[in-house]
Design a protein. Sequence first.
Lengths: 112, 111
Amino acid sequence: TAGITQAPTSQILAAGRSMTLRCTQDMRHNAMYWYRQDLGLGLRLIHYSNTAGTTGKGEVPDGYSVSRANTDDFPLTLASAVPSQTSVYFCASSAEGDNEQFFGPGTRLTVL
Amino acid sequence: AQSVAQPEDQVNVAEGNPLTVKCTYSVSGNPYLFWYVQYPNRGLQFLLKYITGDNLVKGSYGFEAEFNKSQTSFHLKKPSALVSDSALYFCAGRRGFKTIFGAGTRLFVKA
C-alpha cells in the first residue's frame, strides 16, 4: 500500500496567490492532520479531522482551511499566501485518536 | 499550557556507546507519549509510545524509552548507537486529537 501521499513535492508560490496541498491516505484511518515544520519549532498542528465530515483547528490555523469530504482525502488550502507560510507541510493520519500517526513525505512550499 | 520540551538541540555520541535523547512533558491528565524519527527529506516515522502499563517501553530499531511520572520525563535510549541512527528525533505528547511535538533533537553518531 502507498500509505500517505502528498502533492506537490515542492512549490514556489507568489504572495497573494492561492494554493491547495493535496493529501490522500489508503489506510482507512479516521483521523487526519496537517502540520507545518519550521526550524527550531518542531511540528505545529494546523488543522485536524477526527472523522470524515468534521474538522478542527490546531495550534496555527490562521490563513489555512481544510475539508474532509471523504475518509481518504484531506486537502489544505491557502487562500492568499504570505511569505510567513513558507514551510514544509506534512500530512498525517492515525487509526484512532490515541494511536501513532503515519506521515506523508511532505510538501516544501516557498512563498515569495 | 500543555507542552513538550527537548532540552538538547543536538546530541553527539560515538558508535557503540549508549545514547539518551531527553524529553520532558507538561500534559494534563494521563498523557500519551510518543517518539518519532525523521531522516533527511522524509516524513516522521513512529518509534514507540507509552499509553499505560510498564514504564519501560521498547520500540523499533532497538530503541526504548522510560516513562517517569514524578520527573515528567520520557527519555529515549539505546544501549549501543549505530551511525545509521543519526537523524532528527521528536518527542510528542497527546491529549484527545491534538498532538504536541517538541522542537526536535538532532542525533549525530560518529564512527
